[in-house]
Design a protein. Structure first.
Length: 61
């Protein structure tokens, strides 16, 4: 095994396998709230609805 192979395996282990296993173990729990994070955030204001465009009147022959 060359050094490149070992580095590739370490990369897979630390950045893919271990986070995937941690995600599976925390599946039923809600994500942790970081310290100092406000719990009651105000709801964002709804976006204003665009005005409907005026339709041209049909021409009468």
């Amino acid at each position: 095994m060359s050094l490149d192979d070992l580095l590739g395996l370490l990369f897979l282990l630390f950045f893919i396998v271990i986070p995937a296993l941690q995600g599976l173990s925390r599946r039923g729990q809600p994500p942790p709230i970081p310290p100092g994070f406000p719990e009651d955030l105000p709801l964002p204001e709804p976006l204003p609805r665009p005005k409907p465009k005026a339709r041209p009147k049909p021409k009468v022959p």
